[in-house]
Write a protein that binds this ligand. Structure first.
Ligand code: ADE
Ligand code: ZN
Length: 326
């Protein structure tokens, strides 16, 4: 219908996207073969059949397996370029993408191979299409703070290519406060800071991300809605929430898209945005996320435009670039 057409045509941003979560099964098998790495699943169909998750951990187990075929700079380039091509075709004009260095370092893949491949694709997309970007390195929260510090050390020669740091992987049992000191060190280096919080974890974790880490935005934030004081705090600090509708559905954060809280977030005055998280695993990219919201929640045109606008104001672009995209 008309709103879906509008959502496809309007310029959009992506602020919550794990590049390893854009690994389509076909490309995964092609790169596995090229690198002579064995995958546990023996066909694209067998792999796709396994994409049934009841929680975050179910998904993460497959996600780490999938990324295990990435070995060389060119693999990271090809993965990133395939994603950016799709985004250009969907009228996405700015992307802020996460990568998980520890998920590759643990397999002996050097930091340079990862970051150079991803960054070269981002630069090519900027040159070809004027697509702007930020690159965010995420710490895996199921690992220790010491491991995060080691990763930060390895990242230091590449800091000119890295705009911010994030916190992802298994949330429950790994609260933001576990990473207090490493995030303080990142801030000292001038990096922007975000963290996944309130996806499965309780409102307390969102409080910690805000008050102890001092995040510049919140990834997901769904469970913040359980705490009225927290909602007020997020508004007071003008923090953007990077919400991921299809991800929430696939990981059972919501039971049905008709129950997705994004409309409620907007009505509460929260700066919600629409993002795809791990689109190859969750059944849709940017435009699919919008279409699903439009068809299953009754968001109106005003809300739709507000979500897109929040994606620009909540991004880490400089003010001049924001004005250019608005
Ligand atoms: N890593 C990749 N996607 C993630 C998500 N949605 N939550 C936590 N960690 C992730
Ligand atoms: Zn995520």
């Amino acid at each position: 219908d008309a709103l879906v057409a509008l959502s496809k045509a309007m310029p959009k941003t992506e602020l919550h996207l794990h590049i390893e979560g854009t690994f389509e099964p076909e490309q995964m098998f092609a790169i596995a073969q090229r690198n002579q790495v064995d995958l546990k699943y023996h066909s694209v169909d067998a792999l796709k059949a396994a994409y049934q998750f009841t929680n975050l951990q179910d998904f993460l187990d497959l996600y780490y397996q999938g990324m295990s075929v990435l070995l060389h700079e060119v693999d990271f380039y090809d993965l990133t370029m395939a994603y950016l091509h799709k985004m250009h075709s969907e009228n996405v004009v700015h992307v802020e993408i996460f990568f998980d260095p520890q998920g590759h370092l643990s397999r002996g893949v050097a930091f340079a191979e990862q970051v150079n491949g991803i960054h070269r694709a981002l630069q090519d997309a900027k040159q070809q299409w004027g697509m702007t970007f930020k690159l965010i390195m995420s710490f895996l929260r199921h690992l220790s703070e010491e491991s995060a510090f080691e990763t930060l050390e390895l990242a230091k020669p590449f800091l000119p290519l890295i705009d911010g740091v994030g916190l992802d992987s298994s949330e429950v049992g790994h609260p933001p406060e576990k990473f207090l000191r490493v995030f303080a060190a990142c801030k000292q280096l001038g990096l922007k800071v975000t963290a996944h919080a309130g996806e499965e974890g309780p409102p307390e974790y969102v409080w910690q991300a805000i008050e102890q880490i001092g995040v510049d935005r919140i990834d997901h934030g769904n469970r913040a809605l359980e705490d009225d004081k927290l909602i007020e705090e997020i508004k007071k600090r003008n923090l953007t929430l990077t919400v991921c509708p299809l991800s929430n559905l696939k990981l059972c954060v919501v039971t049905d898209m008709t129950e997705h809280p994004i409309k409620k977030m907007l009505s509460l005055g929260l700066q919600a945005t629409v993002n795809s998280d791990d689109p190859a695993y969750f059944g849709g990219y940017m435009n699919d996320n919008y279409a699903s919201l439009i068809r299953q929640t009754n968001i109106n045109k005003e809300e739709l435009l507000k979500l897109a606008k929040n994606g620009i104001t909540g991004s880490w672009m400089d003010e001049e670039t924001k004005t250019h995209h608005l």
